[in-house]
Design a protein around this ligand. Sequence first.
Ligand code: ATP
Ligand code: MG
Ligand code: MG
Length: 591
Amino acid sequence: EVVKPTNFLRNIIESDLDKGTYAQRHWGGNPGDATHHQQGIVDPAKIRTRFPPEPNGYLHVGHAKSICLNFGLARDFDGVCHLRFDDTNPEKEDQEYVDSIIDAVKWLGFDWKDPDGHENLYFASNYFDFMYRAAVYLIEQGVAYVDEQSAEDMKANRGDFGRPGVNSPFRDRSVAENLARFAEMKDGKLPDGAAVLRAKIDMASPNINLRDPAIYRVRHAEHHNTGNTWCIYPMYTFAHPIEDALEHITHSICTLEFEDQRPFYDWLLDHLREGGLIAAPQPRQYEFSRLHLTYVITSKRKLKHLVDSGLLAGWDDPRMPTIVGLRRRGYTPESIRNFCERIGVTKDYAWIDYSTLEGCLREDLENKAHRAMVVLDPLKLELTNWAEVFGSADHVEPCSLPALPHAADGEAVPERHFTIGREVWIEREDFAEVPPKGYKRLFPGNKVRLKGGYVIECTGAEKDAEGNITKVLATVVPDTKSGTPGADSVKVKAAITWVGVQDGIEAEVRLYDRLFTDPQPDAGGKDYLALMNPDSLKTVTAYVEPSLKAARPDDKFQFERFGYFVADRKDHSADKPVFNRATGLKDSWGK
Ligand code: ATP
Ligand code: MG
Ligand code: MG
């Protein structure tokens, strides 16, 4: 078992478990309880966390951090993590986004099941009735009022840092008047923006979030779940603590921007608990710093722009930092989970190097991805003495190489098979008519090994009318086949990759590179669109070894010397192979 590095959240949970803070959570007692549990039973989950996305876009690598954190803590502490769609905004949220979020979390390897199998998948909009009741309760307690100031007055009277706010002229309305006005808001008698319900806390608070925050607004808009039932909608700051309480969340973990909201989170839940609307112990909020990854933007709005403008091929373009993009690029769930584990959880502002993410993929694929030889920039090489040595120009010799560096427990190292004949494809850069200093590959008079095949000696090259090399000429050195006794009889300084002309397969290979040229493409007001890498995708027609005939979409490979590649999930087929470069073999970032 892997020992997980500890972090401040794990420490908090361990301490809560030691103290038994959440040991006696009984279901029931909440008029709005969200779960299926029988009234009165003790929660079978030791802790409950939640991942609460808004279904307004595709999840990205930043969300993966939050997913791995919340689901990971639940898994490690015998708890359950809920998947909750935070759909309290009436804007049309798309089923496409809901589906893609469910897929992404499952693909990352998590589920939201109670020990009895019940699925904790919730929609915040299911709690609108309860939220309304909670708001009425606050009015009755004299701690909420309907404010009819204009938006400008409300903003001006809020004050700012170092300048206390000014009480609204509507602040001291009677409970009866507030109830009547709130009912009018609900009944559609007021237009959008005419009034808001505000919590009555303290207009002089140094925390601006406590200066009578708005908790309900009028919005005549259809909601994807509740239709036209409501024309008032709760504000996020009011809705979120209630969602947590109704689902009996114990540790509500969010990013640091919400730190200043925590006093209101507690204020609200304290009131509702005292009023018997929610049960004790109530959830508590904790904050961590969000993921900032170099060369990547995580703003949904900007990612949407890249898709809508056609700059990229879609949400799952392999250059997108979305989960579907990473998946199509060749990332595995393991590599992303390891990445999230490795970067840890803190409250510090820090940028993580993209190479850390790539390193996690290489580590995962190192002994999983079968090796293969491919030629990305093909040049033909003819072994001119082939017929003489083997008795026929059409003769082919079988060759093999290990498909993985190590054997799995109790198994042999898998092998891959291919053949060599009179003609092979080599990389154009592996031949030089006049070798630069230190060049060890093919040039007239030099010997190299065709990896897994024979030692050959270069004798020259053919050129077209413009002087471009069209074919390299060489002779095969007999009895030097790899794996035979004579293999070491001739010493060479280099072994080059190649593919047989007679059994190589033509394939489209998509060479992806970083999407931006700047490590922080949208920091400090920079124009990320001007910083896009014009060479983020280069497509080549390559030849790949015959073992890749068996590749199915999503299979990963190491193309020797070039990196890790994946058969494209969408476009690859046996008839028209398409491979994406996931990452190079070595770290090339920041160089
Ligand atoms: P945007 O503002 O671009 O719409 P969001 O953060 O509001 O993104 P949500 O769907 O609300 O998107 O996010 C769901 C959860 O994922 C939230 O709890 C949020 O804190 C977390 N999250 C989003 N981005 C990151 C990030 N870069 N690092 C860590 N957690 C993140
Ligand atoms: Mg958002
Ligand atoms: Mg959000």
